[in-house]
Design a protein around this ligand. Structure first.
Ligand code: ARG
Length: 588
């Protein structure tokens, strides 16, 4: 249990004793740390409910709280706030308890859920680009947090491997290399060697996609090829498709590995193909799927809509299944086979209409029963310095591999500038530079509220100063080196004692806030709260360490307590960073 939960329980009981609703006894960290450590604002709500003056209720609550030995001061302020300070003894005891807790005072979920996190979502034939970067970074962090909170997490990238882009690729290849054996439906076997490289795919796809915009005949051919591929009676197309998929996934897996991101399932749109026919039949029988202008659609409008919602297209006029169709069938699979209770779609904001349509159709067709939660975790754009979506100088799409190379290069120069890791063996320096680069990239993203756009700023992200990943890594590494020195001098950690100095008190309060910060990050699906929290902890530790010279302190009890605070700070920082997907080097 966290100190905050404990204070909330305590205050809730006081509300109950006064005949008020205990749920109003919520205690939060004070918005004015100069005035108090904690505050409760519930007297105002209770006043509205009972018609009694808020100031009077606040005074009654404060009076009862003051009787409690753990509370050193409870006063009222403003229209009915209660300001609370915890006694130093209690702070010491709570600190001692929290630091030993594997969850660091976080209240793990009492009813674990099965949570599917759908993120990253790269497409066959397209190298992962910066658009997929945010999805990957935010999705990975949320997956880590839900797992830490005790939920069963299933991470699935939902590869884009079954839609129109496959038809486009095959149609374009057929034109360019008409004698490819894969174009014939009637061979016994097909070459085991891929006829295309990643570079081929990355050239062909944008060309084909551009051409389909103006060349209707070509577009129609691509749609027909998509249908033939999906229906499965052309083994050549299927063999070619498998090659293209393997070639792209190879490069995507390398990008994920570089980012330290992993998945439990490596499913794509195509993996639900076998469920589509029966799902479509069901929707037809229910009258949910209807014919419209030759296509099969689901109306998703609702009576209270303020805008027109175009229907979701299940089957195109040509007979092909679309992005929405595979998404619906994927919900079906996740609910019925994986037992999903919450599905988080960490996908660009620009797809919000798509998800509204899919979710509405899933409810309407009973594919997602009411108790299953479907959420689009949308996010803004990562922009270049010009404020427009990040592009290469030539205006092209920047691949994820390029971004990683850029940021690692920047990290290396920063290390050199700061004379860090200078005398280490080269492989170690390289691996530190990579860890610092990835931290710069991830933290630079996660520190922003996910719904805002932000500017990719190589210099700022990779700096060892300010709200950056490298700053936090350095803070953690510095504590590691203090602890190494302490070990050499055989200085042990002891029990955390009641704080005597303001900097001790502040550090304890910051560390005791871990559970609250993580809970907010989870509730709002917004890792920036955790990122901000980690930054705050690093700052409190610096202030503490400026005043409390752990290694030279002579009083063994104080020294032991300070050592324990340092160990706890390191554990908290490392945990917060791990939940953000950031590694901490051993030394720097
Ligand atoms: N492949 C898609 C894209 O690149 C993202 C997939 C998101 N997930 C989903 N279930 N639709 O835009």
């Amino acid at each position: 249990m966290s100190l905050l939960t404990h204070l909330t329980d305590l205050t809730g009981r006081v509300f109950a004793e006064l005949g008020l609703e205990p749920a109003h006894g919520v205690v939060v960290r004070s918005q004015r740390p100069d005035l108090a450590q904690f505050q409760c604002n519930g007297a105002m709500t209770a006043a509205r409910e009972t018609g009694r003056p808020a100031a009077e209720l606040a005074e009654a609550v404060a009076g009862r709280l003051r009787e409690h030995p753990e509370i050193v001061s409870a006063t009222t302020a403003g229209p009915g706030f209660v300001n609370i300070d915890v006694a130093d003894d209690a702070l010491g005891l709570w600190s001692e308890r929290s630091r030993a807790d594997p969850h660091l005072g976080f209240d793990a979920a009492t009813t674990p859920m099965t949570v599917v996190v759908d993120y990253a979502g790269p497409n066959v034939a397209k190298a992962m680009h910066v658009g997929h970067l945010r999805a990957t970074i935010i999705g990975d962090s949320l997956a880590r947090q839900f797992a830490f909170a005790g939920h069963k997490v299933i991470r699935d990238p939902h590869f884009g491997d079954w839609g129109f882009q496959m038809g486009l690729l095959i149609a374009a290849l057929a034109e360019e290399r008409p004698d490819l054996p894969f174009l014939r439906p009637d061979l016994e076997t097909y070459p085991a060697e891929s006829p295309v490289t990643l570079e081929d795919l990355q050239r062909i796809y944008p060309e084909a996609s551009e051409r389909a915009r103006s060349d209707e005949e070509f577009a129609q051919r691509a749609r027909e090829v998509t249908v033939v591929l999906q229906q499965g009676d052309h083994p050549g197309y299927r063999a070619l498709w498998r090659h293209m998929k393997r070639v792209s996934e190879g490069s995507q897996r390398a990008d994920f590995a570089a980012l330290g991101v992993n998945f439990d399932l490596w499913y794509g749109e195509s993996d639900v193909h076998d469920r589509i026919d029966s799902m479509v039949e069901r929707l037809k029988t229910q009258g949910v799927a209807v014919e419209s202008e030759g296509a099969l659609v689901v109306d998703v409008g609702l009576p209270d809509d303020k805008r027109e919602w175009p229907p979701l297209i299940l089957e195109s006029r040509t007979g092909g299944y679309l992005y929405s169709t595979t998404d619906l069938a994927t919900i079906d699979m996740r609910v019925s086979e994986l037992g999903a209770e919450l599905i988080l779609y960490v996908v660009d904001r620009r797809q919000s209409d798509h998800f509204t349509q899919v979710f509405r159709a899933a409810r309407k067709g009973g594919i997602a029963p009411p108790e299953v939660r479907l959420e689009h975790i949308e996010f803004g754009t990562m922009n270049g310095p010009d404020g427009k979506p990040f592009k290469t100088r030539a205006g092209g799409v920047v691949s994820l591999g390029d971004v990683i190379r850029l940021i690692t290069g920047a990290a290396r120069s920063r290390l050199d500038e700061a004379h860090l890791a200078e005398e280490y063996p080269d492989p170690e320096r390289q691996s530190i530079a990579t860890q610092v680069g990835i931290a710069a990239l991830k933290f630079g993203d996660l520190i922003n509220n996910r719904s805002s756009d932000y500017v990719f700023d190589l210099d700022r992200f990779s700096s060892f100063e300010g709200k950056t990943g490298p700053y936090l890594q350095y803070a953690a590494v510095r504590i590691k080196s203090i602890l190494r020195l302490a070990a050499e001098r055989q200085i042990p950690a002891g029990a955390i004692a009641a704080p005597m100095l303001e900097v001790e008190r502040d550090l304890m309060l910051a560390l005791l806030g871990f559970g609250e910060a993580l809970q907010r990050s989870l509730d709002l699906r917004a890792p920036n709260h955790l990122a901000d929290y980690a930054f705050g902890v690093a700052g409190e530790f610096n202030r503490f360490y400026d005043e409390c010279h752990i290694l030279s302190e002579e009083d063994p009890t104080r020294r032991g307590s300070w050592m324990a605070l340092a160990v706890w700070t390191l554990g908290t920082l490392e945990r917060a960073l791990q939940l953000l997907g950031i590694e901490v080097p051993e030394r720097m």
